[in-house]
Design a protein around this ligand. Sequence first.
Ligand code: OGA
Ligand code: MN
Length: 207
Amino acid sequence: MIQDQLTHRIIDDLAEKGWSVSNNYFEPDFLDDLIAEEKELWEDGSFRKARIGTGDQKQLRPEIRSDHVLWLGENELTDLQKQYWNRIVELREDINRELYLGLNGYEAHFAVFPPNSFYKKHLDQFAAVKERTISCILYLNKNWAVEDGGQLRIWNSENESDGFLDIQPHFGTFVCFRSDTVYHEVLPANRDRFSLTGWMRKNTRLV
Ligand code: OGA
Ligand code: MN
């Protein structure tokens, strides 16, 4: 019931303003397990430098983004990753039911922004490939302080004079926003910043 109410608020926020921030969408025990798994993969050296673009156009552009990512393979998810994936797919189906978006896919990666890394202002939908529709980010950082930087800055429009909202990447904070219209950036972090980022997609071809 509570969960239903949280889901409804996310959907209403997406419809009304294009973004939504929740603080208790996932159980603390589940979040503890997720951050333990992400840290272990990070320490193992399983991540690689994030690229921008799509398909053959993917490039390293450290002046635009300097985080490291580990993509989840839909067919090789751990039990924990599967639980997260299933929760997002449930949310996606609820969004479809209410907003008629026809979303039919999902992709996700763990991300780490080490000290001094950032991601400059951008949209998540590519000009040529419009499949990413709703961006969903779960932050996994305990005891994050404002001085640690790494805020997600959501701009009110492409025009910076319209202002912005900064979101701290606190443990359990879950942010969803429209991939096609919401300009956002990640401010430089001063300590390792952990998250799990994904996109609900409207696939126009089989992937
Ligand atoms: C992205 C992105 C924001 C964040 O990966 O496209 O904008 O807060 N991430 O990690
Ligand atoms: Mn983004």
